[in-house]
Design a protein around this ligand. Structure first.
Ligand code: SF4
Length: 306
């Protein structure tokens, strides 16, 4: 089964069976400073692409053999560089039954109508948006020369208007590059218009290709507070928090009315006393829960989940 991997358990999406559309080598039009794959020449198409039929046969075998929630399209690089993506998505939709379909894309092609039309047939679309500032974008994602952040932003906004599934925007934070409050204020302005289902904020957690550093969990939380009125999931594999916060019931109610907490926020942000208060509130029906793209969020009763 050359084209599938896993299933792997992920806190962001549940159990996921991965499809790799470029199993031989990295195929990407970015050269992100935080990439975990080996350095490779940037390309704008997957060379010698596999046949849709071969990929689908592997996926069918995976469905037979394993238990999982999501079929995740990836490419050892960027999956929208696969030339038969539209046809592949149609075939996945025919066989996926109760599984959800998901793509992890770097957003580079989201301004292209044919990519928008293909991706809108998926249940979940994850698009990266590390920075909306052209200079920072170039510094962190190091794209092919013709790829402009202005077009990506325009493309994500257009896509968010036609897409009815769950749209997730991912921001990966690198120390000293996109970890400034101003970066997040600018991101917030753009996110207001996109209005995604969820915003995932993460940092480096495996050794990257270049010599760059992660930020602390506390910094991710501070930056996340600049993103207003969104479901935010701080995706940190390690619990980097040394200092956990003490919240009274009133403080928790106020915070949760503005910023829903994911299950891992509860684990990573609240100290033991505050966790007790949190679970009491949950038991006494003061909080409500909502699952957003396979991640559970909690907020106060007055908060309107869109
Ligand atoms: S988009 Fe993904 S695969 Fe491509 S360089 Fe960036 S991190 Fe690596």
């Amino acid at each position: 089964m050359k084209y599938i991997f896993g299933p792997i358990s992920s806190r962001r999406f549940g159990m996921s069976l991965g499809i790799d559309l470029s199993p031989e080598k990295k195929s990407c039009n970015f050269d992100c400073i935080y990439c975990e794959l080996e350095k490779a020449k940037k390309v704008d198409i997957i060379e010698n692409p596999s046949k849709v039929e071969d990929v689908i046969n592997d996926v069918l075998a995976g469905i037979e053999k394993y238990n999982f929630d999501v079929i995740t399209i990836t490419a050892n690089g960027e999956p929208t560089l696969y030339p038969y993506l539209d046809e592949l998505i149609d075939e996945i939709n025919k066989i996926k039954k109760d599984k959800k379909s998901l793509i992890l894309s770097n957003s580079s092609n989201i301004d292209k109508p044919e990519i928008q039309n293909a991706l809108k047939k998926l249940d979940i679309v994850k698009l990266s948006l590390d920075s909306v500032n052209p200079k920072t974008f170039k510094k962190i994602d190091r794209p092919l020369e013709n790829i402009k952040i202005e077009n990506i932003i325009k493309g994500i906004k257009e896509f968010s208007k036609i897409y009815e599934g769950e749209l997730i925007i991912e921001i990966l934070v690198v120390k000293g590059i996109n970890d400034k409050i101003e970066e997040f204020k600018a991101l917030n302005e753009v996110l207001k218009e996109i209005n995604p289902t969820r915003v995932d904020i993460s940092t480096i957690d495996r050794p990257p290709a270049y010599d760059v550093l992660p930020v602390e969990y506390e910094r991710l939380f501070e930056l996340s507070q600049e993103i207003k009125n969104q479901h935010i999931f701080i995706a940190s594999r390690k619990n980097l928090a040394n200092k956990k916060e003490r919240f009274t019931k009133e403080e928790l109610a106020k915070t949760l009315s503005k910023r829903p907490f994911s299950e891992s926020d509860v684990e990573n942000i609240l100290d033991d006393e505050s966790k007790k208060v949190f679970y009491e509130m949950l038991e006494n029906d003061m909080l409500k829960e909502k699952v957003v793209a396979n991640t559970k969020f909690f907020t106060t009763k007055g908060f309107i989940f869109e």
